[in-house]
Design a protein around this ligand. Sequence first.
Ligand code: GLN
Length: 251
Amino acid sequence: MRIRTAHLYPDYLNIYADRGNIAVLARRAAWRGHELDVTAVSVGDGLDIMGYDFLYVGGGQDREQLLVASDLVARREQLLSAVDAGTALLAVCGGYQLLGRSYRNLGGTELPGIGLFPLETVAGSRRMIGDVLLECELEPGVPRTLAGFENHAGRTTLDDGAEPLGRVVAGFGNDGESGYEGCRLGRAVGTYLHGPLLPRNPWFADWLLAQALAHAAGTAAPEPLEPLDDSFEAEAHSVSARRAERRGGRL
Ligand code: GLN
């Protein structure tokens, strides 16, 4: 199947090799005979983002977030309807913050977000930097871990009742206090985890692919993907997890 993918602002929001997540999804899709058909969508281009199976946005410094914020808000209705209609989505760090209601940056400027995720973010003076390890359960009864790297000034507060992506085992996560990281809304996930995230967390890459394929097929329940030999990925995951346990979450 062809997985129609829109990569938002690849020329502005791409730090810590966040675009590597697209490369991983493309390769893991191809290994199963599918094609990740990627369209770059950036500031000022009139591209309609309805009808995609997967939407992706990476992270970026305050400066780049300021440059894309109003363009993103102009696409608010399309983004909310797309996710409402079952499009899968991954947003990393600066992109994640702008999919909440707002991000007040280090300079005190309040950047409007689109309010997809029930949260808001305010930058603090000390950056939260380091390796992170999470426990999460995207499929009920199937606990898993996610390992990655974070670097953010933003402290994100989820609304009561909002679903986090996972529980912080090591690292700062959303705000260094709540013990939670990221946010999940059906097939849409926001996270502070860079790295890039997906090479060292193949199960999560496959979870996203399965959601996007379900949207492409017009089915509600995602089909499990044929397993791959992920021994290298598993090694990368455990190295990253051990590093997080050793030194994650220290200001
Ligand atoms: N500029 C935002 C912050 O500092 C996001 C940083 C990022 O994407 N790594 O919190």
